[in-house]
Design a protein around this ligand. Structure first.
Ligand SMILES: [Zn+2]
Length: 188
């Protein structure tokens, strides 16, 4: 898929929606991205994983790691194409941790894979968790990057860069128009 085709597919899959949304950050936006809808088709998820692997120009990793939940499917697909194992971190009492008997050996080369770099917070937390094991984080990959001007201090690539309009609740033009806001999020 080309960038245009990815965009088209994401739209068709319902991953991009328009309206009036309250994001998990508390900010308001006329746009919302839900990547899970694009990953529900295994063949497409596989294709996106292949594309992410192609996008990576650095060293081959020994392991692909994703933060749950968003990164699970795409991380697994990307690991499959690299021909390496896949493990995930998850949040326990607000801390990003490695559980379920997953192990990370000292010096292991890791790529972190996510569906969306939103604020970059979960990627950074995952990075810190993995570093504590003595792993060598090569970089991070995602389908979508909507961090705006923000960058990680390690190599990172995304298939699509999208700038979403966001407003603070007090200056939201959609609120001013009296449009009811939806709070979609993964918590729904
Ligand atoms: Zn609003």
């Amino acid at each position: 898929m080309t960038t245009t085709e990815i965009k088209k597919y994401l739209k068709e899959s319902g991953s991009f929606s328009g309206g009036h949304f309250i994001l998990s950050s508390g900010l308001h936006s006329p746009d919302y991205i839900q990547c899970s809808l694009a990953l529900k088709k295994p063949k497409k998820a596989e294709e996106l994983g292949i594309m992410l692997k192609k996008l990576w120009k650095g060293d081959k990793p020994d392991l692909v790691l994703s933060p749950a939940m968003g990164g699970l499917i795409i991380g697994h697909e990307t690991a499959k194409d690299f021909g390496v194992d896949f493990v995930f971190t998850e949040r326990l009492n607000r801390k990003m941790v490695l559980r379920r008997g997953f192990k990370i050996d000292m010096g292991v080369k890791i790529i972190i894979v996510e569906d969306v770099f939103t604020t970059g917070k979960s990627t950074m937390e995952t990075y810190e968790t993995v570093k504590a094991y003595g792993a060598n984080v090569l970089g991070a990959l995602s389908i979508i990057n909507r961090m705006g001007k923000k960058k990680f201090y390690f190599p990172h690539e995304s298939l699509l860069k999208i700038d979403l309009k966001v407003y603070s609740p007090s200056s939201c033009p959609l609120c001013k128009k009296g449009l009811l806001a939806q709070k979609p999020g993964s918590r729904n």
